[in-house]
Design a protein around this ligand. Structure first.
Ligand SMILES: [Zn+2]
Length: 100
């Protein structure tokens, strides 16, 4: 008998996106249904560490890439026209460890 354990997260189950500062451990959680991508913070609200580089073009501008990703996720979650179930596989399952 072969068994497989995978952890999948359906995008409609995503309730929010959280940022945690690598410098001071402050955290901020944005609920996905009320998230305004234009109001995302570029810097830690506690220690002011820059979280996302903002500048240059699409290859270097981390903040614009993040805003586009979050906006796309927010829009995808609410689309009724999509006829596929979209899930992300989470790392750390037994299957992943065997491959690495
Ligand atoms: Zn911080």
């Amino acid at each position: 008998m072969t068994s497989e354990t995978r952890t999948l997260v359906d995008i409609t189950d995503i309730a929010g996106v959280e940022f945690k500062c690598k410098h001071c451990d402050a955290q901020i959680l944005y609920p996905i249904d009320r998230l305004d991508p234009e109001r995302l913070l570029r810097n830690c609200p506690n220690c002011k560490e820059e979280w996302f580089f903002f500048g240059g073009d699409v290859n270097t501008n981390d903040f614009d890439l993040l805003r586009q990703f979050v906006l796309g996720l927010k829009m995808l979650v609410s689309r009724k026209s999509i006829k596929a179930q979209i899930s992300w596989q989470v790392k750390g399952s037994k299957d992943d460890k065997e491959k690495s």
